[in-house]
Design a protein. Structure first.
Length: 217
């Protein structure tokens, strides 16, 4: 029986802004960079902001310069945050699933395990209040490691103060899930966040009630 739920955010609670929207296209166009080069440059640098070693704004500025933007390119922080908010979308079904866990299984430890910049997590939290829904915040910027490495899961266990022997990882990325299973975790593939309330109910053996269905927006 599971006693801990590890939950991803991008692709589960929210859309993946850099993968599913025109965020990078608009960022590149404004600063005279090439979008495909920008994506590659960010991929080469994302661990820096995901682990909290650098601010995401600084990493994006460096990536823009490497992707063809003029030397000394300036990035307006307010514009960048507004762009991120404009591209951000919430998945209500995932929030409904969390509410169902709280209602039926209050003994479950809910843990946020996301690869994310601390700044973007706070931007999302200001709008949707997702951080307060979890018992433990163990995202990459909090534990200093990136998912799905062994070091990441070891750091999550340490932050939770318990082993992950009875934990289940909820994630949308098949590669992450495969690696997590390699490290001995149980997993649930979140292919559609809208079906997550029923999937979580089956996983944790509780019924989906009228209250649960009403909670879905």
């Amino acid at each position: 029986m599971a006693d801990t739920i590890l939950m991803d955010a991008g692709g589960v609670l929210f859309n993946n802004v850099t993968e599913e929207t025109d965020f990078l296209d608009r960022l590149a166009a404004r600063h005279g960079a090439d979008t495909q080069r920008l994506r590659r440059e960010i991929d080469a640098r994302d661990a820096a902001y995901e682990t909290g070693r650098a601010h995401v704004h600084d990493v994006l500025r460096d990536a823009l310069a490497a992707a063809g933007a003029p030397a000394g390119v300036a990035v307006d922080a307010r514009w960048l945050d507004d762009l991120y908010r404009d591209c951000l979308a919430v998945h209500p079904g995932a929030f409904t699933a969390i509410d169902g866990i709280r209602r039926h299984r209050p003994d479950i430890l809910l843990v946020l395990t996301n690869n994310e910049a601390a700044h973007w997590d706070r931007v999302k939290d200001d709008r949707f209040g997702h951080l307060g829904r979890f018992d433990v915040i163990a995202s990459s910027w909090q534990v200093g490691e990136v998912k799905p490495t062994r070091e990441f899961f070891e750091a999550v266990a340490q932050r939770c103060g318990r082993s992950l022997d009875n934990a289940v990882l909820l994630d949308d990325n098949p590669d992450v899930l495969a690696e997590a299973r390699h490290h001995g975790l149980r997993t649930l593939h979140v292919e559609s966040p809208g079906t997550l309330p029923e999937a979580v109910a089956r996983l944790l053996h509780f019924p989906v009630t009228v209250a649960d269905r009403k909670g879905r927006k």
